[in-house]
Ligand binder design. Structure first.
Ligand code: SF4
Ligand code: SF4
Length: 452
């Protein structure tokens, strides 16, 4: 059996399929040890019948104990319940896992340049939001006429996703927690065998809701761009106290809780202070997110996005903060060009599941208006049509998704000859669209592109 790739953790964000970033991605020895540890865990299960950790006691926030298996052209993806990971295995590994009792799901053919189905689907369940953050990618806020999809339409999407073999569903907004039926949707997802995750700013998280969330969700991430004062510099209002309170409630309820921080020139120097606070509060995971120039974020981009000098320091700063706090750090798909700038071993990145632009490859998003997009930030008609229809058919045939896959496979120079192209997939289409006007062009902020 060959373990082709390990993608650790869960995917609670709209730009997730995030990559765990730590010493393992820069040290061949540590990276190999991580992959080997997962291979041994898999072999113990398939060879000796040693069950996954947490089996028989799916407590708060954990998945049901049976690994799910989805056939793919290369073999299969096995969703390991605890600690959560997606294991990409060859055909022999797939056969062993089925013999060991893995639950088969999905199974349709893969379109060119993609998996047979997304590993993760993001569902925007509301555009309502009680506040209007400066850089909101949706332009959400209290003044906006809300567009909330019906419960029935979201339920139908969950059923279709489960039938396709999707592993995880990330609920987001606007502010998803403002929906009274959010927990019913999460329960529906659970019943279908999907792992529901959530991103929230913290509004509406009460002790009672946190207790129910802990039973239903795989992971909840709280958006927190800084501690009081810095948060306001980034978002235009100060929601740090709300976010921190939600973090405490969720942690006390026993939920696996992460934090999303949008990297900005306004919070860059504040990251060490924030990291210490998050570690002290028992946060499980800290996800760094690239600022996306969509919605109000397009107007705020010049003022808030990282400077080139800051962006080039993302990996060393991440490694330093991870070492000093013990936090698990993840970066989103759009930050991969800045990791590649430090020349970590590309095959190690591949095996550790570090992946750039995943829109249409393993990620898919349903916007609040019911349309499907390759990623949550792809609103522009030049980069994404408004796809509607049966999910399995769209995943196979959508011209938009095929354009995105084709670009990732055949990106022009300097991406074409870049050692990291198969990992990075050409950088962020949304940033390329904003900065150059051409979404299907190399990410203009990638240090390698800038140097070319
Ligand atoms: S365009 Fe690609 S890299 Fe950018 S946020 Fe979307 S999926 Fe991620
Ligand atoms: S040159 Fe292209 S493929 Fe290489 S790291 Fe930069 S954006 Fe990614």
């Amino acid at each position: 059996m060959t373990l082709l790739r390990v993608r650790r953790g869960r995917s609670p964000n709209c730009s997730a399929v995030g990559s765990v970033v730590g010493i393992a991605i820069v040290s061949a020895m540590v990276g190999a040890a991580v992959v080997n540890a997962w291979a041994e865990r898999f072999l113990r299960w398939t060879g000796e019948g040693t069950p996954p950790e947490g089996s028989g006691s799916p407590g708060p926030g954990s998945d049901p104990s049976t690994p799910r298996l989805r056939p793919e052209a290369f073999g299969a993806i096995v969703a390991w319940p605890e600690p959560a990971a997606l294991l990409y295995v060859d055909h022999e590994g797939a056969a062993d896992a089925l013999a060991a009792g893995a639950r088969p799901i999905g199974g349709q053919p893969s379109p060119d340049g993609a998996l047979s189905a997304p590993t993760e689907v993001h569902l925007a369940v509301s555009e309502r939001c009680p506040v209007a953050c400066t850089g909101c990618y949706l332009d959400a806020g209290p003044e906006r006429e809300p567009t909330d999809p019906s419960y029935a339409s979201l339920r139908a999407a969950l059923h279709e996703a489960a039938a396709m073999g999707v592993f995880e569903v990330a609920f987001g907004g606007g502010e998803a927690v403002l929906r009274d039926d959010l927990l019913d949707l999460a329960a529906e997802a659970r019943a279908l065998g999907l792992t529901p995750n959530l991103t929230t700013s913290g509004f509406g998280v009460t002790p009672e809701r946190a207790a129910r969330m802990a039973i239903l969700f795989g992971q909840v991430n709280v958006s927190l761009d800084g501690l009081p004062g810095t948060y306001e510099k980034v978002r235009g209002w100060d929601g740090a106290a709300i976010g921190l309170k939600a973090l405490d409630l969720l942690r006390d309820a026993g939920l696996r809780t992460g934090v999303n921080t949008v990297l900005s020139r306004q919070n860059w120097d504040h990251l060490p202070a924030l990291s210490a606070e998050l570690a002290a509060r028992g946060v499980s995971e800290w996800q760094w997110v690239r600022f996306k120039p969509t919605g109000r974020g397009a107007d705020a981009y010049a003022e808030l996005a990282l400077t080139p000098g800051q962006a080039e320091q993302i990996l060393p700063v991440a490694l330093e903060l991870e070492a000093s706090t013990g936090l698990t750090l993840r970066t989103d798909c759009a930050l991969v060009p800045f990791l590649a700038a430090h020349e970590p071993p590309p095959d190690l990145l591949e095996r550790l599941g570090v992946t750039g632009c995943v829109g249409g490859e393993s990620l898919w998003t349903r916007k609040a208006d019911g349309a499907w997009r390759p990623c949550s930030f792809a609103e522009d008609p030049e980069m994404s049509s408004r796809d509607e229809g049966a999910m399995a058919d769209l995943w196979q045939d959508s011209p938009t998704l095929q354009d995105w896959r084709d670009y990732a496979e055949h990106a022009p120079e300097p991406c074409a000859s870049c050692t990291y192209r198969s990992v990075c997939r050409g950088g962020c289409r949304v940033v390329a669209r904003h900065v150059t006007g051409a979404p299907f062009s190399p990410d203009p902020e990638c240090p390698r592109v800038r140097a070319s």
